[in-house]
Design a protein around this ligand. Sequence first.
Ligand SMILES: Cc1ncc(COP(=O)(O)O)c(C=O)c1O
Length: 392
Amino acid sequence: MTRIPHESSGEPNPLRALTLDRLRLRTSMKWRTYPDDVLPLWVAEMDVPLAEPVVRAVGDALALGDTGYAAGTGYAEALAAFAAKRWGWHGLAVERTAIVPDVMLGVVEMLRLVTGPGDPVVVNPPVYPPFFPFVEHLDRRIAEAPLGADGRLDLDVLEAAYRRAVAGGGRAAHLLCSPHNPTGTVHTAGELAAVAALADRYGVRVVADEIHAPLTAGGVDFVPYLSVPGADSGLSLMSASKAWNLAGLKAALAVAGPAAEADLALLPEEVGDGPSHVGVIAHTAALREGSAWLDALLGGLDDNRRLLAALLADELPGVVHRPGEATYLAWLDCRALDLGDDPARVFLERGRVALSPGPQFGTGGAGHVRLNLATSPEILTEGVRRMASALR
Ligand SMILES: Cc1ncc(COP(=O)(O)O)c(C=O)c1O
């Protein structure tokens, strides 16, 4: 694929702004799960300072004591404008949106609307590990339709999973990860239209987790699921949380296609009390005014993807790696290194670098690790050096 570099926004690369000493002052999960001699390249938090418009909006809210409950449609309007400008998608109707506490709780609520207890939810492993416990905690059943060896949706496998899922007579859903975590695959318009056609044929409801949508590599276009023909009955979850590093400022949006409007209307009102008002303010500011910062980040992530490929070729030539088309995660196939099903354990114990263990991602995850490359080039370089040291 031809990669066109991201346009320079004139903003400095936020991945180069923070030193390791400064990052270690953070108290979040990424920095407090392991002892200080471990370099954390695991959970999806970025090593960046926040975009200035977000800091300003949250600071203004705190100064004003504007810390009550969320109200209005500002977040949805900001997302609709962002989607139109960024992805050329003009179909995000504000009246078909609802604010939800975060993407995973939004996923749960959407699945509750379109399936019943014991019903199957198709997922495409290897996939974001919390999909499994969240679906099971909701008393739905996981049905796997693994990605192909190329890391893309396998439509034959998907059709077979849909057929099995509806055979029992229940209401089936497909929890689609788009872009896909951990492979970074960006589903094409053709693939998504084929998913929509299959879902329509089998009566499967698609719930698309599109949290990584703004984080595409240079030259790659994200396609919103609800923008493809035949996807009218779909539901999508979107959020500024991954792209602007706002996971601690809880808020996300559920978006319904035209034929799912009646379902979304049944969302209990109390779900809308879950998001933080300050979170909504932060997400709205990011979408409205955070594009220059995002472009600088995307340029830095492109650089880091290239750097990672070069470092792996030099230091860990046995690792097989296809650079992702989106997200800031790299999915590394370590099977040739002979480190067993869970190479992350070896890298942690012998190299003192924390990666996400592949087996947690379901079928296809054994022998793999996921590396978070949203950090400085220096820390990324040190991370790969530590991985290589674990093999000596
Ligand atoms: C695919 C995917 N969905 C959801 C989430 C979590 O989102 P939230 O914190 O809004 O629930 C993540 C976090 O990394 C993710 O990668």
